[in-house]
Design a protein around this ligand. Sequence first.
Ligand code: FAD
Length: 449
Amino acid sequence: MRVAIIGSGPAGFYAAEALLKCTDVVIHVDMFDRLPTPYGLVRGGVAPDHQNIKAVTRIFEKTAARPTFRFLGNVCLGRDVTVEELRQHYHQIVYAVGNEADRRLGIPGEGMPRCTPAAVFIGWYNGHPDYRQAKIDLSVSRVAVVGNGNVAIDAARILLCTPAELERTDIAAHALEALRNSQVREVFILGRRGPEQASFTPPELKELGEMEDVDPVVTPGELAGCVISEAEGNSQQEKNLKILQSFAARQPGAKAKKLHLRFLVSPTEVIADAAGNVAGLALEKNRLEVQPDGTVSARGTGEIEVLDVGMVLPAVGFAAERIAGVPYDEKARIIANEDGRVVDSVSRSVIANEYVVGWARTGPQGLIGSHKGASAHIVEHMMVDGTELAARELPEREAIDSLLHQRGVQIVSFDDWKRLDDVEVARGERRGAPRDKMVDVETMLSTLR
Ligand SMILES: Cc1cc2nc3c(=O)[nH]c(=O)nc-3n(C[C@H](O)[C@H](O)[C@H](O)COP(=O)(O)OP(=O)(O)OC[C@H]3O[C@@H](n4cnc5c(N)ncnc54)[C@H](O)[C@@H]3O)c2cc1C
């Protein structure tokens, strides 16, 4: 049986591994990615100072070494090949395209210079080709990061790391250079709900208290009256609260940079200076309301303050991009599906032999490890639905390559990627880093040519 997986992030790789381990039928997996490089957000999202997490790619390399696996990098579904063509060449298709669009604050002033989605900032420092030319102006001293998840923590931490903390990571060279000259001294992480509702994971929150040149600042008032609701209480929130309490109990620190954690505020307007750059962020104070289902929501009180910041990074979530021919759930902003089986977005009837895994299935929730079981679960559906599909005659396996070559697409194989990997690692050695990333697709392709 022949399966196409679109996207080479964790969810795609874990699906490939589960498929290649199936014993009922021999499965050939062709994994496509729009970039010449594999691994999705492990390469382009996970923070450069978290190299231990990136080590998961060694597991994916083992999957890629299996004889019936192929990587076809630099091939974008919707640009280089259509869904209809994939249907002709494969028995089943798995969409593992992640969440590459960012959610917006939806307030006046959003989008002005120095109000940049965190996804752009993260892609920029991680050397993602889409963002290598993003304009990140670090000449300001105070920055607001809006959002209470790990992405907000990552963005704030990277803004405040010392050059020495970053030099030995695989941060993109252009970002390292810019951060060396950064004037940023204070970052505010802003949450619309309370500390109990923040979705930080405790190790990431705790790490903010261990940075070389940064004092975390939590005013005791921010934690006053913190209660964990029955519906939402869990050990993560209790741990977070304890960490925040320990930050609040610290004596005023002497480190040069400050990281403020503020809660119960919603941005209402990005304020511009005369030149049209960010000059401040208007915030409305919130109070919490417990809903009938036990969840807690934020309600504005009408009380407004202006936070004096020169840059705003909204980190309020991600959504799947639309792909021509793939049903899209407009409300959840994911690929329309019922437990991983793709469905028509209106009638909700199943589109046979098409599946979705990872963030494209659920939205941006779950760490890398969570995709292992989740993708294997969808592969179980695939096996229930389709082992007899293998009887359907398909064109030769390489026919898809010919089609792409005719269109002038330079397919990047896994061996090609290993050559790029070698080049990056060798370049990194010169600065004592694990790698120095290539950040532009044309350079990667010409290096391979
Ligand atoms: C900033 C950030 C930091 C994170 N840090 C951590 C962390 O420290 N630890 C942790 O466990 N988790 C972390 N996560 C979460 C983790 O990265 C995700 O759970 C995981 O990457 C989601 O996997 P995925 O395969 O669904 O999507 P992705 O990893 O996004 O992979 C999607 C892949 O699809 C490809 N693609 C998209 N569209 C197309 C197309 N049309 N054609 C072909 N290919 C396409 C993309 O190029 C990409 O390679 C972080 C996430 C973010 C955003």
